[in-house]
Ligand binder design. Structure first.
Ligand SMILES: [Fe+2]
Ligand SMILES: [Fe+2]
Length: 272
C-alpha cells in the first residue's frame, strides 16, 4: 500500500491569470487550460470510482485499502478545489468549458455499471495523468517563468498524480478486473481523451484569437512532436499499459519524489 500525504499548496489562486501565462506561448497555455477544465468533473469521477470500489470489496480487504483510498480522495479533492479556482479565472478571460459539459453527459451512461468498470476507466485515466505528470516534472522549463504560481500548481499536481498512480489500478485488480477489459477501457479512454483535449484546445485558441497564427501551430508541433515533445516522449509509457504484466509501480517516480523533497516550502501536509 502507498502512504499518501494530502498537502495544502501555498499559492494564491485569487490573483487573476494572464492570457498567455505559459511562457507567453498561446498553444501551450491553451493546452494546459484545456486540461485544467477537465479536472473538476474528471477527478470527482475518480473519487467516486475508488470509493465505490472500496465499498465493493470484502470487509477484510477494505481495511487494507482504506488508508490509501482516503489519501487518494484527499489529494484529488484538493486538486479539484484549486483547478476550480483556476477555471473561474479562465471563464473571466472569455474561455468556455465545453469539455465538462460533454464529460457529464458521457458519465450519465456509467450509472448502473459495476464499480470494476468505473475503476477500469479511472485506472486508464490515472495512467494518462501519471505519464503526463512525469513528462512535466522532467521538463519543468516548458511551463515558463511568467507565472511561478501556476508552474508550482502544475508540478505539485503532477507529483501527487505520480504518487497515487497505483490506487485505482490495485482496486481494479482486487475486484477481479480482467486484462482484456483493462486494455479495452484504455483504448476507449485514449480516443476520448485525445478528442476532448484537441477540441478544447482548439476552442480555447479560437476564443483567444490565436487559432490561425503561424506561431501557434509551430509551437504546437514542437511541443507535441519535437525531440522533447509530449507525444514523442509519452508514447512508449502509454503503450506499456497494454502489457498483461504491467503495473503502475513499474513507472519511474524519481522526478515526483525529487520535486516534493526540493519544494517542501511550497505546501503544508494536512494528513494522510
Ligand atoms: Fe489530480
Ligand atoms: Fe489522479
Amino acid at each position: 500500500m502507498t502512504d499518501l500525504v494530502v498537502r495544502r499548496l501555498l499559492v494564491d489562486m485569487e490573483q487573476p491569470i494572464a492570457r498567455h501565462w505559459c511562457a507567453g506561448d498561446a498553444f501551450r497555455t491553451a493546452l494546459f487550460n484545456a486540461l485544467s477544465m477537465s479536472f473538476p468533473v474528471g477527478e470527482q469521477f475518480f473519487i467516486d470510482s475508488v470509493r465505490n470500489g472500496l465499498a465493493a470489496l470484502p470487509s477484510e480487504q477494505q481495511a487494507q485499502f482504506r488508508p490509501e483510498v482516503q489519501g487518494f480522495v484527499g489529494q484529488e479533492a484538493t486538486h479539484r478545489r484549486l483547478h476550480s479556482l483556476y477555471n473561474a479565472h479562465l471563464e473571466k478571460l472569455g474561455l468556455v468549458n465545453a469539455w465538462e459539459t460533454r464529460a457529464r453527459k458521457r458519465l450519465q451512461q456509467m450509472e448502473g455499471l459495476h464499480a470494476r468498470h468505473w475503476l477500469g476507466i479511472t485506472a486508464a485515466n490515472e495512467h494518462f495523468t501519471a505519464i503526463l505528470a512525469d513528462f512535466m516534472l522532467n521538463n519543468p522549463d516548458l511551463l515558463g517563468d511568467q507565472d511561478p504560481r501556476l508552474a508550482t500548481l502544475w508540478l505539485w499536481h503532477s507529483a501527487e498524480e505520480s504518487e497515487h498512480k497505483s490506487t485505482a489500478f490495485d482496486l481494479y485488480q482486487a475486484l477481479g478486473g480482467s486484462h482484456e477489459w483493462r486494455v479495452k477501457w484504455m483504448r476507449r479512454v485514449t480516443v476520448f481523451f485525445l478528442y476532448d483535449t484537441l477540441l478544447q484546445t482548439v476552442n480555447n485558441l479560437h476564443r483567444d484569437g490565436t487559432l490561425w497564427s503561424w506561431s501557434t501551430w509551430k509551437s504546437g508541433w514542437s511541443y507535441l512532436f519535437g525531440r522533447r515533445g509530449l507525444v514523442t516522449l509519452t508514447y512508449r509509457p502509454w503503450r506499456a499499459y497494454l502489457r498483461s504484466d504491467f503495473h503502475p509501480g513499474q513507472q519511474d517516480a524519481t522526478a515526483s519524489r525529487r520535486w516534493l523533497a526540493e519544494h517542501a516550502d511550497q505546501f503544508v501536509p494536512v494528513g494522510g
